[in-house]
Design a binder for this molecule. Sequence first.
Ligand SMILES: Nc1ncnc2c1ncn2[C@@H]1O[C@H](COP(=O)(O)OP(=O)(O)OP(=O)(O)O)[C@@H](O)[C@H]1O
Ligand SMILES: [Zn+2]
Length: 639
Amino acid sequence: MGSELQSSAIKAAKVLMVGAGGIGCELLKTLALSGFQDIHIIDMDTIEVSNLNRQFLFRQFHVGQSKAKVARDAVLKFRPDISITPYHANVKDPDFNVDFFKQFSVVLNGLDNLDARRHVNRLCLAAGVPLVESGTTGFLGQVTVHVKGKTECYECQPKPAPKTYPVCTITSTPSKFVHCIVWAKDLLFAKLFGDQNQDNDLNVHSSDASGSSGHLDVFERKKDEDIQQYGRRIYDHVFGYNIELALSNEDTWKNRVRPRPIYSKDVLPDDQIEQNGNVDKTAVSADLSSISAMASLGLKNPQDFWSLAENSKVFLEALKLFFMKREKEIGNLVFDKDDQLAVEFVTAAANIRASSFGIPLHSLFEAKGIAGNIVHAVATTNAIIAGLIVIEAIKVLQNDVQNYRMTYCLEHPSRKMLLMPVEPFEPNKSCYVCSETPLSLEINTRRSKLRDFVEKIVKAKLGMNLPLVMHGSALLYEVGDDLEEDMVANYAANLEKVLAELPSPVTGGTILTVEDLQQELICNINITHREGFDEEKEPDGMILSGWTPAPTPEVEKNNGASTDNGASSSSVSQSVTLETVDDDDLEIVPAGTPNGKKRKSSDNATNETGEERKQKTIDEDGVIETLDESDSKKKQKVQ
Ligand SMILES: Nc1ncnc2c1ncn2[C@@H]1O[C@H](COP(=O)(O)OP(=O)(O)OP(=O)(O)O)[C@@H](O)[C@H]1O
Ligand SMILES: [Zn+2]
């Protein structure tokens, strides 16, 4: 039990929790039981069945209701005397502005994505409110403290982009099951059921073989085409014809195993067509999630390995069910790991492709994990992390700077410790978020449009939500509800212009200022004109750099980057490992010290210098992997 001072700090505190999921439920309970009396919760989600195994404030009958509200009601049952204010909303909504954040003593994050984390970081910096940030992935997790001017901000270290693969590996030369999953999910599924206006690399590799359909898109279902025939046509096209086409390029296969074209008639002779499921066209299905190819084929166990024939049946059946039962959604579907039929289709398609390329097949359960980027959540890790968040929050409330700790929860930690506390770093002086360091951008100013710059740099890389772009005093782009019509038209026209042809031309040597009014973040970008970019390695056609140190080859090597993830699009993401999850292994490199001395662990930590900063990589769930540049050879494999 803490001192009186501590309990009065707790009682006086007004706390904002962002996220009421796995960590959030634990956190709210622990805050309430620790004596916190004024808690606000933002969560944009409603409760799903899959949350119930670990988000213990929720019950079956809550499914579909707001997480923030149900969490509040559940905790008020055992702590009716405290005040809990729920917001069923996105933390990025403009209502949650700097003034809103200013009312809180501390902000506690229990989020699951980088985008929202970065946004909250910026608002906390702008409002001058301390942030305790957290993340878990399976047995791993961490809690970090971010106090403006005292510790690094959440963005002082670069964050990796989600893992990407070279396009040609996915479209032509898969060598791992994950490549087949990416193909099935991001290309085939997107092509058949998603937005037709989106670029899709399948087009490039799918010129129509038959010639009979003229210039008709080969993936389109022809008018009155029988659904069975359509399914088989798609099957033969992607697993048969496209593979034959790829095989005709001899050079590709000089040093690779040649794939085998697969045609549906070879796997499923015609007489099996009728056995391929039995869809009752007239049945009214109230619940879309119950539409399942597995169910109609009598396949029960998601952990079973299906044969090529079974995968082929699931493929055809799932495709048929989409067209017969979910036709309205076709054209708008985005792969979702909680969409049973989508997972079945993607599993089957990935397995057929894997079979063609001699890659071992996987069960639906495994495929779903890979497709949804799922590491199964561990409730205990969430509970440990929530406890640590509260411990750090209490220190923050007491301004106990000396004792702030970043704490890492490791599965098989070195020296038999479960938790590894380390002293927080000082702010990175060249962080564009918490300092005023300008960034640099190499871009073809005569080819790239303002739209490319806004989408790929300002929104995607800098994470701005409501951006404004200025060249000197000339406003080139702005968003907002209160703009005059002619301004909106002007900005829309600017978006389509190449940089060098804007009303205030942007060329090599220009300094652009970008600002987010909601995040109160402003930064300058020095523009350098560059003619050519490598399409494979620099697909964005622009390279942003500035606040991250360039990677040393040794760091890259020792970070355990898999060899196939080099397709990052900027020096920012190239300077960190994209992700080190290689199928199922996760390599963790614990903090070491120069000369073998233990450094950042809290018991004998010394002050951090700029050169000694650790390289860290952080995945979407916020789990940080650490690596000392100076001692990158110590590593530990965590299974
Ligand atoms: N921008 C945001 N605004 C508000 N809440 C958010 C935002 N982004 C994420 N969240 C919330 O953060 C929580 C994260 O919880 P968690 O990691 O347990 O994910 P989950 O969606 O509940 O579970 P899972 O992804 O494992 O199915 C979710 O409840 C989600 O709604
Ligand atoms: Zn920073």
